[in-house]
Design a binder for this molecule. Structure first.
Ligand code: ATP
Ligand code: MG
Ligand code: FE
Length: 336
């Protein structure tokens, strides 16, 4: 089964051809980062317009790299939420048009289920059930993947997402957008025990997260240093902040794996590309006898290959979307 997958939920125009859910035949990503950088974040209106400009070219390239024609494609998978409504609509309209013209089935895919499914691509042995920590620009979810396409959320952030916290702290110390990769890199030159930042616990919700207090603590630290006219060691600050985020993510995930009897742990989403996070997770999982999985960095951030992987499992479960498929900006995980 060959699936043409399309992803336009945020600021990446992406298309891919994926065979049987796990074999990537092409994975084309046209990133708009350079454009949005000027504004310090994604500007929705610009994102939509750029998607329209790029989408056809990206799809053609995905087909040509995969050496496949539209006639040979078995289905079209597309992200229909969550994300920016105008951006999502470009991909959804395109997928509907291709589906209508070729009479191939259309499959709407949940963007976050795509992030989870990125793990299937490089780990052929990974099968549900497993525990997945989703850490992206807009989500921080701890999810039981009970079966393909079957999810139960057991924890989530009460405020900022992990990626959002990275981006905000990076902006506060002048590192620019997107901040995650920059903090990752700068942290390698700093001491993670230099500054002590808070770890938030939510009473009665052991698997939930909160990062707004941490973000405020970082901003307060910066202000107080400026008041005292003392120089901030940005590398130390980055490393200490990153350590605080990683600490709660890893501790809570390991606790949940233990409580729910999960032997396999996976991470997904842009922050899953973080090198220190992977290192700490891998040590902790080894210690507890858990198998640990993560996608390559290029499959962690937004891409269409992960949408093709998720679409395949929806396809074999019999899911088909109609031409009334619409963009749903706040689509919940597990919702159909
Ligand atoms: P969502 O998937 O929740 O809709 P999104 O698609 O914008 O949001 P992703 O593309 O999954 O998010 O991830 C982008 C986020 O990942 C950004 O916040 C970015 O800073 C962060 N990120 C990327 N690489 C790293 C890294 N190496 N370390 C930490 N954070 C990172
Ligand atoms: Mg992006
Ligand atoms: Fe994403």
């Amino acid at each position: 089964i060959n699936i043409l997958a399309i992803e336009t939920s945020c600021d990446e125009t992406a298309a891919a051809v994926v065979r049987n859910g796990r074999e990537v035949r092409s994975n084309i990503i046209s990133s708009q980062i350079e454009l949005h950088k000027l504004y310090g974040g994604v500007v929705p209106e610009i994102a939509s317009r750029k998607h329209i400009e790029k989408i056809n070219q990206v799809i053609e390239e995905a087909l040509s790299v995969a050496k496949i024609t539209l006639e040979e494609i078995d289905a079209i998978g597309v992200t229909y939420g969550p994300g920016l409504v105008g951006a999502l609509l470009v991909g959804v309209a395109e997928a509907k048009a291709i589906s209508f013209a070729t009479k191939k089935p259309l499959i709407g895919v949940h963007h976050i289920e795509g992030h989870v499914s990125a793990n299937y691509i490089e780990h052929k042995q990974l099968k549900p059930p497993f525990l997945c920590l989703i850490v992206s620009g807009g989500h921080t979810h701890l999810v039981l993947v009970k079966d393909y396409g079957e999810y139960e959320i057991i924890g989530k952030t009460r405020d900022d997402a992990a990626g959002e916290a990275f981006d905000k702290v990076a902006r506060a110390i002048g590192l620019g957008y997107p901040g995650g990769p920059k903090i990752d890199k700068l942290s390698k030159e700093g001491r993670s025990d230099a500054i002590s930042f808070p770890r938030a616990h939510i009473e009665g919700s052991p698997y939930d997260f909160s990062f707004s207090g941490l973000k405020s603590a970082v901003l307060n630290y910066i202000n107080s240093m400026e008041m005292k006219n003392e120089e901030i060691n940005k590398a130390d600050l980055a490393a200490s902040f990153q350590e605080a985020v990683i600490d709660v993510l890893v501790t809570r995930t390991i606790m949940a794996a233990n409580d729910y009897g999960m032997k396999q742990v996976a991470i997904a989403g842009g922050v899953a590309a973080n090198s220190a996070l992977k290192k700490v997770f891998s040590t902790a999982c080894k210690e507890k006898g858990l198998e640990f999985y993560y996608p390559s960095p290029i499959l962690c951030t937004d891409n269409a290959a992960m949408i093709g992987a998720a679409a395949y499992y929806e396809y074999i479960r019999g899911k088909r979307s109609g031409y009334d498929l619409n963009a749903i900006p706040n689509l919940k995980i597990g919702e159909r």
